[in-house]
Ligand binder design. Structure first.
Ligand code: 0L1
Ligand code: MG
Length: 255
Protein backbone atom coordinates (compact mmCIF):
# COMPACT_ATOMS: atom_id res chain seq x y z
CA UNK A 1 0.00 0.00 0.00
CA UNK A 2 1.39 3.46 -0.85
CA UNK A 3 1.87 6.12 1.82
CA UNK A 4 -0.96 8.52 2.67
CA UNK A 5 1.04 11.62 1.68
CA UNK A 6 -1.63 14.15 2.69
CA UNK A 7 -2.22 12.63 6.14
CA UNK A 8 1.50 12.39 6.92
CA UNK A 9 2.06 15.96 5.71
CA UNK A 10 -0.76 17.24 7.92
CA UNK A 11 0.60 15.37 10.94
CA UNK A 12 4.13 16.77 10.48
CA UNK A 13 2.88 20.26 9.72
CA UNK A 14 0.86 20.25 12.96
CA UNK A 15 3.83 18.94 14.93
CA UNK A 16 6.04 21.77 13.66
CA UNK A 17 3.37 24.43 13.97
CA UNK A 18 2.37 23.59 17.53
CA UNK A 19 5.82 22.38 18.69
CA UNK A 20 4.40 19.03 19.71
CA UNK A 21 6.41 15.85 19.16
CA UNK A 22 4.83 13.20 16.95
CA UNK A 23 5.51 9.44 16.67
CA UNK A 24 7.69 8.15 13.82
CA UNK A 25 5.92 7.15 10.61
CA UNK A 26 4.35 3.79 11.41
CA UNK A 27 4.27 0.60 9.36
CA UNK A 28 6.33 -0.30 6.30
CA UNK A 29 9.10 2.25 5.58
CA UNK A 30 7.99 4.74 2.92
CA UNK A 31 10.15 5.36 -0.18
CA UNK A 32 12.52 8.33 -0.44
CA UNK A 33 10.32 9.73 -3.23
CA UNK A 34 7.23 9.51 -1.02
CA UNK A 35 9.13 11.11 1.87
CA UNK A 36 9.98 14.13 -0.33
CA UNK A 37 6.35 14.24 -1.47
CA UNK A 38 5.29 14.45 2.20
CA UNK A 39 7.86 17.21 2.76
CA UNK A 40 6.61 19.19 -0.25
CA UNK A 41 2.96 18.78 0.76
CA UNK A 42 3.61 19.89 4.34
CA UNK A 43 5.53 22.96 3.11
CA UNK A 44 2.64 23.80 0.78
CA UNK A 45 0.50 24.11 3.93
CA UNK A 46 2.87 26.79 5.21
CA UNK A 47 2.77 28.57 1.84
CA UNK A 48 -1.03 28.51 1.99
CA UNK A 49 -0.72 30.31 5.35
CA UNK A 50 1.31 33.08 3.70
CA UNK A 51 4.92 31.92 4.04
CA UNK A 52 7.18 31.96 0.98
CA UNK A 53 10.11 29.80 -0.09
CA UNK A 54 13.48 31.50 0.34
CA UNK A 55 15.80 28.57 -0.24
CA UNK A 56 16.84 25.10 0.73
CA UNK A 57 19.05 23.34 3.24
CA UNK A 58 21.39 20.44 2.82
CA UNK A 59 21.60 17.85 5.56
CA UNK A 60 23.98 15.12 6.71
CA UNK A 61 26.87 16.85 4.94
CA UNK A 62 29.58 16.07 7.48
CA UNK A 63 30.91 12.77 8.76
CA UNK A 64 30.27 14.00 12.30
CA UNK A 65 26.59 14.51 11.49
CA UNK A 66 26.25 11.17 9.69
CA UNK A 67 27.80 9.39 12.67
CA UNK A 68 25.68 11.38 15.15
CA UNK A 69 22.45 10.43 13.35
CA UNK A 70 23.55 6.99 12.04
CA UNK A 71 22.76 7.69 8.37
CA UNK A 72 24.81 7.74 5.17
CA UNK A 73 22.83 9.76 2.59
CA UNK A 74 22.60 13.48 1.87
CA UNK A 75 19.16 15.02 2.31
CA UNK A 76 17.59 18.41 1.70
CA UNK A 77 14.76 20.51 3.07
CA UNK A 78 12.90 23.66 2.11
CA UNK A 79 13.40 27.05 3.82
CA UNK A 80 10.63 29.62 4.17
CA UNK A 81 10.85 33.27 5.17
CA UNK A 82 9.20 32.51 8.52
CA UNK A 83 12.15 30.27 9.44
CA UNK A 84 14.66 33.09 9.04
CA UNK A 85 15.67 34.69 12.35
CA UNK A 86 17.48 37.99 12.54
CA UNK A 87 21.24 37.96 13.05
CA UNK A 88 21.79 39.11 16.65
CA UNK A 89 18.11 38.73 17.43
CA UNK A 90 16.20 36.39 19.73
CA UNK A 91 14.27 33.19 19.11
CA UNK A 92 11.68 31.69 21.41
CA UNK A 93 12.48 28.26 22.87
CA UNK A 94 8.75 27.52 23.07
CA UNK A 95 8.52 27.38 19.29
CA UNK A 96 10.56 24.18 19.16
CA UNK A 97 10.29 20.56 20.26
CA UNK A 98 13.93 19.73 21.00
CA UNK A 99 16.08 22.18 19.06
CA UNK A 100 19.76 21.86 18.25
CA UNK A 101 22.09 24.25 16.49
CA UNK A 102 24.88 23.67 14.01
CA UNK A 103 27.50 25.87 12.30
CA UNK A 104 27.21 26.26 8.56
CA UNK A 105 27.92 28.53 5.62
CA UNK A 106 25.20 29.78 3.30
CA UNK A 107 25.20 30.59 -0.40
CA UNK A 108 23.05 33.24 -2.09
CA UNK A 109 22.24 32.35 -5.70
CA UNK A 110 22.53 34.98 -8.42
CA UNK A 111 21.00 32.63 -11.01
CA UNK A 112 19.05 29.36 -10.96
CA UNK A 113 21.11 26.23 -10.30
CA UNK A 114 19.44 22.94 -11.02
CA UNK A 115 20.41 19.46 -12.22
CA UNK A 116 23.86 18.09 -12.91
CA UNK A 117 26.40 20.90 -12.51
CA UNK A 118 30.15 21.10 -11.99
CA UNK A 119 31.71 22.86 -8.98
CA UNK A 120 32.76 25.70 -11.34
CA UNK A 121 29.20 26.12 -12.61
CA UNK A 122 27.99 26.08 -9.00
CA UNK A 123 30.49 28.78 -8.02
CA UNK A 124 29.45 30.87 -11.03
CA UNK A 125 25.85 30.81 -9.74
CA UNK A 126 26.85 32.24 -6.34
CA UNK A 127 26.22 35.90 -5.61
CA UNK A 128 27.50 35.84 -2.02
CA UNK A 129 28.49 33.63 0.90
CA UNK A 130 27.90 34.08 4.64
CA UNK A 131 28.44 32.43 8.01
CA UNK A 132 25.18 30.80 9.11
CA UNK A 133 23.60 28.87 11.97
CA UNK A 134 20.87 26.31 11.45
CA UNK A 135 18.41 25.40 14.18
CA UNK A 136 17.27 21.89 13.52
CA UNK A 137 14.31 20.47 15.36
CA UNK A 138 13.18 16.97 14.62
CA UNK A 139 9.47 16.79 15.25
CA UNK A 140 9.70 13.09 16.15
CA UNK A 141 9.36 11.85 19.72
CA UNK A 142 12.67 11.22 21.47
CA UNK A 143 14.61 12.48 18.43
CA UNK A 144 14.24 9.03 16.85
CA UNK A 145 13.74 8.73 13.11
CA UNK A 146 14.72 6.84 9.97
CA UNK A 147 16.15 8.49 6.85
CA UNK A 148 12.71 8.73 5.23
CA UNK A 149 11.12 9.97 8.48
CA UNK A 150 13.54 12.89 8.62
CA UNK A 151 13.14 13.76 4.93
CA UNK A 152 9.35 13.85 5.38
CA UNK A 153 9.91 16.16 8.38
CA UNK A 154 11.54 18.78 6.10
CA UNK A 155 14.94 17.38 7.08
CA UNK A 156 14.44 18.80 10.59
CA UNK A 157 14.71 22.32 9.21
CA UNK A 158 13.29 24.76 11.69
CA UNK A 159 15.05 28.14 11.73
CA UNK A 160 18.24 29.72 10.51
CA UNK A 161 20.36 32.82 10.99
CA UNK A 162 22.55 34.33 8.29
CA UNK A 163 25.52 36.60 9.00
CA UNK A 164 26.98 39.28 6.73
CA UNK A 165 27.08 38.36 3.05
CA UNK A 166 30.35 38.81 1.15
CA UNK A 167 31.45 38.26 -2.43
CA UNK A 168 32.53 34.69 -3.23
CA UNK A 169 36.01 35.87 -4.12
CA UNK A 170 37.92 33.93 -1.46
CA UNK A 171 38.85 30.28 -1.19
CA UNK A 172 36.25 28.68 1.11
CA UNK A 173 37.75 25.17 1.02
CA UNK A 174 39.15 25.17 4.55
CA UNK A 175 37.99 28.05 6.75
CA UNK A 176 38.08 27.60 10.52
CA UNK A 177 34.75 27.70 12.36
CA UNK A 178 34.07 28.17 16.07
CA UNK A 179 30.57 27.94 17.47
CA UNK A 180 30.25 29.32 21.00
CA UNK A 181 27.53 29.23 23.61
CA UNK A 182 27.53 32.14 26.04
CA UNK A 183 30.98 33.06 24.72
CA UNK A 184 32.45 29.62 25.42
CA UNK A 185 33.66 27.65 22.42
CA UNK A 186 31.37 24.65 22.01
CA UNK A 187 32.29 23.19 18.62
CA UNK A 188 35.33 23.65 16.39
CA UNK A 189 35.24 22.79 12.72
CA UNK A 190 36.26 23.70 9.24
CA UNK A 191 34.33 24.32 6.06
CA UNK A 192 36.32 21.34 4.75
CA UNK A 193 34.11 19.13 6.93
CA UNK A 194 31.16 20.03 4.67
CA UNK A 195 31.59 17.26 2.10
CA UNK A 196 35.28 18.12 1.75
CA UNK A 197 34.35 21.54 0.30
CA UNK A 198 31.08 23.51 0.69
CA UNK A 199 30.81 23.85 -3.10
CA UNK A 200 30.28 20.08 -3.27
CA UNK A 201 27.22 20.59 -1.13
CA UNK A 202 25.95 23.17 -3.62
CA UNK A 203 26.55 20.74 -6.49
CA UNK A 204 24.57 18.08 -4.58
CA UNK A 205 21.85 20.63 -3.79
CA UNK A 206 21.36 21.26 -7.52
CA UNK A 207 21.09 17.50 -8.13
CA UNK A 208 18.60 16.87 -5.28
CA UNK A 209 16.58 19.93 -6.30
CA UNK A 210 16.13 18.51 -9.81
CA UNK A 211 15.26 15.08 -8.47
CA UNK A 212 12.72 16.22 -5.87
CA UNK A 213 11.35 19.45 -7.35
CA UNK A 214 12.97 21.87 -4.91
CA UNK A 215 13.18 25.58 -5.84
CA UNK A 216 16.71 26.83 -6.70
CA UNK A 217 15.83 30.20 -8.20
CA UNK A 218 18.01 33.30 -8.36
CA UNK A 219 17.86 35.08 -4.98
CA UNK A 220 17.45 31.83 -3.05
CA UNK A 221 19.62 30.83 -0.10
CA UNK A 222 21.28 27.43 0.15
CA UNK A 223 22.41 26.32 3.60
CA UNK A 224 25.43 24.12 2.88
CA UNK A 225 25.04 21.85 5.92
CA UNK A 226 26.56 21.40 9.34
CA UNK A 227 30.33 21.31 9.72
CA UNK A 228 30.20 19.66 13.16
CA UNK A 229 27.76 17.62 15.21
CA UNK A 230 24.80 19.72 16.43
CA UNK A 231 24.58 21.12 19.98
CA UNK A 232 21.39 21.15 22.06
CA UNK A 233 19.75 24.52 22.66
CA UNK A 234 18.21 25.71 25.90
CA UNK A 235 16.56 28.94 26.98
CA UNK A 236 18.67 31.90 28.15
CA UNK A 237 21.76 31.27 26.05
CA UNK A 238 23.53 33.18 23.31
CA UNK A 239 24.86 31.19 20.37
CA UNK A 240 27.49 32.67 18.11
CA UNK A 241 29.52 31.48 15.19
CA UNK A 242 32.76 32.86 13.82
CA UNK A 243 33.93 31.67 10.42
CA UNK A 244 37.43 32.65 9.34
CA UNK A 245 37.33 35.38 6.67
CA UNK A 246 33.52 35.38 6.62
CA UNK A 247 32.74 36.90 10.01
CA UNK A 248 30.19 36.24 12.75
CA UNK A 249 26.54 35.67 13.34
CA UNK A 250 24.50 34.76 16.40
CA UNK A 251 21.20 34.71 18.23
CA UNK A 252 19.86 34.47 21.73
CA UNK A 253 17.27 32.00 22.98
CA UNK A 254 14.39 33.30 25.09
CA UNK A 255 11.78 31.30 27.03
O1 0L1 B 1 22.25 17.82 8.80
C1 0L1 B 1 21.08 18.17 8.91
O2 0L1 B 1 20.73 19.35 8.92
C2 0L1 B 1 20.05 17.09 9.03
C3 0L1 B 1 19.21 17.30 10.18
C4 0L1 B 1 18.35 16.12 10.42
C5 0L1 B 1 18.71 15.35 11.60
C6 0L1 B 1 18.56 16.06 12.89
O3 0L1 B 1 17.46 16.51 13.20
O4 0L1 B 1 19.56 16.12 13.58
MG1 MG C 1 22.03 21.75 8.90
Amino acid sequence: MSADIAALAAKLDDAARFAKATPQIAGEPISVGDAYAVQKTSIQKRLARGERIVGMKMGFTSRAKMIQMNVSDLICGRLTDAMMAEDGGAISFKKFVHPRVEPEVAFLLRKPLIGKVTPLQALDAVEAIAPALEIIDSRYENFKFSLTDVIADNSSSSAFVIGPWRKPDIDIANLGMVMSINGRPQAFGSTAAILGHPLRSLVSAARLAAEFDVDMSAGNIVMAGGATAASALSAHIYVSLEVEALGRCGFSVED
